[in-house]
Design a protein around this ligand. Structure first.
Ligand code: IFM
Length: 463
């Protein structure tokens, strides 16, 4: 029997991630203001089944129980977001001390449990009051965001070391304002690109403001990177894939790391390009202490355009192709083409149809395989020389999956929404063991045939 050991660098940060609107609930208590996601989900027809984040996982009231679960899962890090309207109900006015207290208690409890807090300032829940003045299309909102960032750094910077400004600016600008499936629901490419620019500007201003308030924090940005890969070796397929990369992915990477928009993307967007004021790009390109990479899937581009479905590939409940080797290629590309700072995988995970079995457990073998296959690729990338410092599974809990409501389950922990009972899934137990051992091992022969096939599949895919 052969054992393959997949161990990770010392101090590798094993964590799980969530976001405020997706888990907190308590949408209108203790002075919390309305967010654009409250407004959007309360509008009939916007979210599947009329679901809202009003209660979600009720984490606002159950955070102590959730931290106890994290402790049992040996998590070393927890990535969460702050709800801007909970701490500043109108986005620019006075702070809400009760809301700030909640994050104080959350952070203190995490630290007492030996879990590193990894804080995101913006995971899409803009205060509705700021949307009323144009939302991110109004540059004043970028300045308000910097004020909010300074407030949070002042309040929590003595205990929270890792800060990220935005989660996935490409997603909330394009899906919220170009395709309209997310809040605030606009369908306007030019508007979305201006919003993207103002969000990048807000990132840069917030980095400056946080560092002015607390100089010794580690601050960065989280991007969702969804590579487009050519199916074949023809130049046409390569060019087509590259054009999509430049328009959607490099559009956010290049300003941050090169202080300019990608030329191909700029040409492709034509009249839709944003207004960029003198000095903006220098503000945007603040030094990043780390880059957060969220990876879920890829687009495969053939001679006739995107190939979907890809023959032979596995798909998740989101309709996303499972493609672990793309993660390694993505990380290596970032490493080779950009002066990329240390990387944290800030999200990676999958929605599958989970079933609570008769024994009361969730035997989610496919999610275990998904995590394992992706972690193998992360380790391969580390061996290729990429400085990856940690990994956060998406998500700690099943939660509100935006326009799909509660119909998609990404959690390592199952949530029964009517009772709010939590059950750690098999994947959660597997991840707990992986964190404790700082890796995992797999046998490629022997009596455990399911283990064998998983290992062989993972190894084959890593080639
Ligand atoms: O649930 C989302 C999360 O809010 C942002 N990244 C992708 C996840 C899965 O769709």
């Amino acid at each position: 029997m052969t054992h393959n050991n997949f161990s990770f660098p010392r101090d590798f940060l094993w964590g799980a991630a969530t976001a405020a609107y997706q888990i907190e609930g308590a949408w209108n208590v203790d002075g919390r203001g309305e967010s654009i996601w409250d407004r959007f989900s309360h509008t009939p027809g916007k979210v599947l089944g009329g679901d809202t984040g009003d209660v979600a996982c009720d984490h606002y009231h159950r955070f102590a129980e959730d931290i106890e679960i994290m402790r049992r899962m040996n998590l070393r890090g927890y990535r969460f977001s702050v709800s801007w309207p909970r701490v500043m109900p109108t986005g620019s006015g006075p702070a809400n001390w009760v809301g700030l207290d909640f994050y104080d208690r959350l952070v203190d409890s995490l630290l007492s449990a030996g879990i590193e807090p990894f804080l995101t300032l913006y995971h899409w829940d803009l205060p509705q009051a700021l949307q009323e003045i144009g939302g991110w299309s109004n540059r004043d909102v970028s300045a308000y965001f910097a004020d909010y960032a300074a407030l949070m750094a002042h309040r929590l910077g003595d205990r929270v070391k890792y800060w990220t400004t935005f989660n996935e600016p490409g997603v909330f600008t394009f899906i919220g304002n170009r395709s309209g499936e997310h809040a605030p629901g606009y369908k306007d490419e030019k508007l979305s690109l201006q919003i993207g620019h103002n969000a990048l500007l807000a990132h840069g201003m917030a980095m400056q403001a946080m560092r002015a308030s607390k100089s010794d924090i580690q601050a960065g940005m989280v991007l969702s990177l969804w590579p487009s890969e050519p199916a074949g070796s023809s130049q046409a397929e390569k060019d087509a894939a590259e054009k999509i990369w430049q328009k959607d992915q490099a559009w956010f990477i290049d300003p941050l790391l090169r202080a300019h928009y990608p030329i191909i993307g700029w040409q492709e967007y034509g009249a839709s390009v944003p207004e960029v004021k003198p000095g903006d790009m220098a503000i945007i390109a603040q030094k990043l202490d780390f880059l957060g990479v969220n990876y879920y899937s890829r687009n495969l581009i053939g001679p006739e355009g995107q190939i979907n479905p890809v023959p032979g590939s596995e798909y998740t409940e989101m309709g996303w192709e499972v493609s672990p080797p793309t993660l390694r290629r993505l990380l290596v590309r970032l490493h080779k083409e950009y002066k990329v700072p240390p990387i944290y995988i800030t999200e990676n995970g999958a929605a599958f149809k989970d079933v609570v079995s008769e024994d009361g457990q969730i035997h989610d073998e496919r999610r275990i395989a998904f995590l394992r296959d992706h972690l193998i690729q992360v380790r391969n990338a580390i061996e290729d020389g990429v400085d990856v410092r940690g990994y956060f599974a998406w998500s700690l809990l099943d939660n509100f999956e935006w326009q799909y409501g509660y119909s998609k389950r990404f959690g390592l922990v199952h949530v029964d929404y009517p009772t709010q009972k939590r059950i750690i899934k098999d994947s959660g137990n597997w991840y707990a063991q992986t964190s404790r051992r700082n890796g995992f091992s797999m046998s490629t022969a022997g009596d455990d045939t399911s283990q064998k096939s998983l290992a062989e599949r993972a190894l084959a895919k890593s080639l």
